[in-house]
Design a protein around this ligand. Structure first.
Ligand code: GTP
Ligand code: MG
Length: 259
């Protein structure tokens, strides 16, 4: 893979992609954080343009993790089940607000016998995608355990969480409504952003990964700004301490400028 090849035109993000459900979103701002927009305009994003952010995808066997990644990265869908053995990964390059940004998508095995190998790849993730099957309530219940395992290897205070219901094409509207109600509750408990997708039809797949790329990028730039001391003392820059953040955890002081 050539890291220097131009970014595909359909991987260019000029605006913040929106959440699916406001009840379970990482934040509900319409635009990128003003500091991020400002830093990108001035090319003050530190190492973000050169960084590859790691995203891990976990969940029960056969919920559709591999199909989800393949639909987005290769625009393909295979109706035959081929279990992932250990892990697999795909690299996807974006341009966000004019800055190159790459996501490394780690597709892990859901089968118990491969879990041990897969879990050795959990460390250092900037985002965790927990997938369940919208037509299988047990797979939703198991997401809590998948999350707990993934968090053992990562910093819970900085990692972004996404709870994704798969195989939306297989549920009737009435079944979907019931499942979504439960899934939103789980997402809120986890402080995860909720999505529902179909890799067969492609519904919401692109929107979802664009959101992952945008929020991971935004968190990275904010962390860089914080690290580089480009903030004023007492002006805490944290993605999870924003006014519009539903999962508010810390007290905050509103930024008054983009520095
Ligand atoms: N109808 C439908 N079938 C799907 C969808 N996504 C995946 N599948 C099917 O579900 C089965 C399992 O999909 P995979 O993507 O291999 O599942 P996985 O989560 O990667 O499984 P492991 O690698 O064992 O953990 C395959 O037969 C897919 O064709 C979807 O959106 N709709
Ligand atoms: Mg797989």
């Amino acid at each position: 893979m050539n890291l220097l090849a131009p970014v595909r035109r359909d991987r260019v993000l000029a605006e913040l992609p929106q959440h699916l459900r406001k009840e379970a979103a990482l934040h509900v701002r319409r635009d990128f954080h003003p500091r991020v927009t400002c830093a990108c305009q001035e090319h003050r994003t530190g190492t973000v343009g050169f960084k590859i952010s790691k995203v891990i995808v976990v969940g029960d066997l056969s919920v559709g993790k591999t199909c989800l990644i393949n639909r987005f990265c290769k625009d393909t869908f295979d109706k035959n089940y081929k279990a992932t053995i250990g892990v697999d990964f795909e690299m996807e390059r974006f341009e966000v607000l004019g800055i190159p940004f790459s996501l490394q998508l780690w597709d892990t095995a859901g089968q118990e016998r491969f879990k041990c190998i897969a879990s050795t790849y959990y460390r250092g993730a900037q985002a965790i995608i927990i997938v369940f099957n919208l037509n299988d309530v047990a797979s939703l219940e198991h997401t809590k355990q998948w999350l707990a395992d993934a968090l053992k290897e990562n910093d819970p205070s900085s990692v972004l969480l996404f709870l994704v219901g798969s195989k939306k094409d297989l549920s009737t509207p009435a079944q979907y409504v019931l499942m979504e109600r439960d899934a939103l509750k789980v997402a809120q408990e986890m402080k995860a952003e909720y999505w529902a997708v179909s890799s067969l039809t492609g519904e919401n797949v692109r929107e979802f990964f664009f959101r992952v790329a945008a929020l991971t990028f935004e968190a990275n730039v904010l962390a860089e700004l914080e690290k580089s001391g480009a903030r004023r003392i007492g002006d805490v820059v944290r993605i999870n301490s924003d006014d519009n953040n539903l999962y508010l955890t810390a007290s905050k002081k509103k930024p008054t400028c983009c520095l």
